[in-house]
Design a protein around this ligand. Structure first.
Ligand code: HPA
Length: 259
């Protein structure tokens, strides 16, 4: 098994995998729940970030246990999904964004594996998301004739509240394109663990102050429900585009993380 899919809001139900089986993996950070099954004939792992019934809010997700569990299964690559608000009129509800940069505005979450005394590890984030996995997703979009945005800067807010219009104006002026609550520290931990990681964000709403309505989780769930089949086709297609061997640099830091 080489690939895991981490499903965000709207991508919580493991039954989209053939022959899915539940597994609980023990980690130093607590247990992680995931499923294994087949996608396009290949055995993959699936992790529902918010739990199967969407019961875990963003700040209570055990990101370290999740990433540790994937690494302990021998997974080398992760394709993740998330719902986001748009910071740009050109990024519309329903659009998919293959993000390539992030701004981290989380505040309270355990954010690293390297926190023991004497363990000084600084991880390179010049290229925050794996170029090979991003390329596979991009090629899949080409083959499927799917319009996706190939770049974008993901802003991670702490949540669980939505942002104020002033915060959104700040994120816009800093160069953010989309805003969500779960992309961090997941992508950082994946890189620390030496996993290749890419994130496809689906726009569910215009951000606070841009939307004519108050924001609601119901709106997010509704738009994700409509987007799900497209995400599924995109990720399934990307699986076929992944090269056998990893030639990116993502594995580098992982060597320093001993299981
Ligand atoms: N803000 C933060 N997270 C989100 C949003 C938003 O507008 N939409 C979906 N997830």
């Amino acid at each position: 098994m080489r690939l895991a899919i981490v499903g965000g809001s709207g991508v919580c139900d493991p039954s989209w995998l053939d022959g899915c089986r539940e597994a609980e993996i023990k980690t130093p950070y607590g247990p992680a729940q995931l499923w294994t099954g087949r996608l396009a004939g290949e055995e993959v792992a699936f992790l529902a970030r918010h739990g199967r019934g969407h019961t875990l809010p963003p700040h209570r997700i055990n990101y370290r246990a999740n990433v540790w569990a994937l690494r302990s299964l021998g997974i080398t690559r992760v394709m993740a999904t998330s719902a986001v608000g748009s910071l740009h009129p050109s990024l519309k509800p329903g659009d998919a964004v293959l993000v390539d940069q992030f701004l981290d505005f989380t505040r309270q979450r355990p954010f690293t594996f390297f926190d023991a005394e004497g363990e000084v590890v600084h991880t390179d984030f010049t290229e925050p998301y794996c170029p090979e996995v991003r390329q596979a997703i991009s090629l899949a979009a080409d083959r499927l004739g799917m319009e996706i945005h190939r770049t974008g800067c993901y802003v991670c807010a702490e949540g669980p509240r939505y942002e104020t219009p002033a915060e959104i104006r700040m994120f816009q002026s800093l160069g953010g394109d989309v805003v969500g609550m779960t992309g961090l520290p997941e992508s950082v931990l994946a890189r620390e663990a030496g996993l290749c990681y890419a994130l496809v964000s689906t726009v569910t709403n215009f951000a606070a102050g841009m939307s004519p309505r108050p924001l609601s989780h119901a709106e997010v769930v509704e738009v994700m429900g409509r987007a799900f089949q497209g995400i599924r086709r995109l990720l399934t297609g990307a699986l076929a585009e992944l090269p056998q061997d990893r030639r990116c640099g993502c594995a580098g830091t992982g060597a320093q993380l001993t299981l």
